[in-house]
Design a protein around this ligand. Sequence first.
Ligand SMILES: [Fe+2]
Ligand SMILES: [Fe+2]
Length: 139
Amino acid sequence: MENDIVWTPVMSVNDKNIDSQHKEIIETLRKFGEKIVLRANINQVKGLIDVFEDYSVKHLDHEEKYMKAHKFPELDNHKKLHDSYKEYFKDLNKKLKDEQSDQFLAKLVDIERFLSNWWTNHILVEDRKYALYIKSHPK
Ligand SMILES: [Fe+2]
Ligand SMILES: [Fe+2]
């Protein structure tokens, strides 16, 4: 994909576990983009979306516990962003349920673009906020 995303050290939030989860998320998105280009069959792509939703939602939950443990004062706002991401998947799954393959393939590019933009912005802008807070307020 022309808007392929890669994890770079500037995305680090100074936590090994969370960084590796972010890397996994970005890597999965890259594979998703490849599958679209290769026009993989619809069930493969739906399967990948399910796995991605599951993994990324687990990450968000892990991150919320991490922010709570470090008493990040803007946890509530951050949680709202995570919640709206979860809502996006709820809607998406409803829409995908009845999709016919032709229409579905056309929408994949938009889904991939949305997710790539969401994750790039979220890691670089929003996750950075707790990373900076925790760095300046060590336990
Ligand atoms: Fe994150
Ligand atoms: Fe986050």
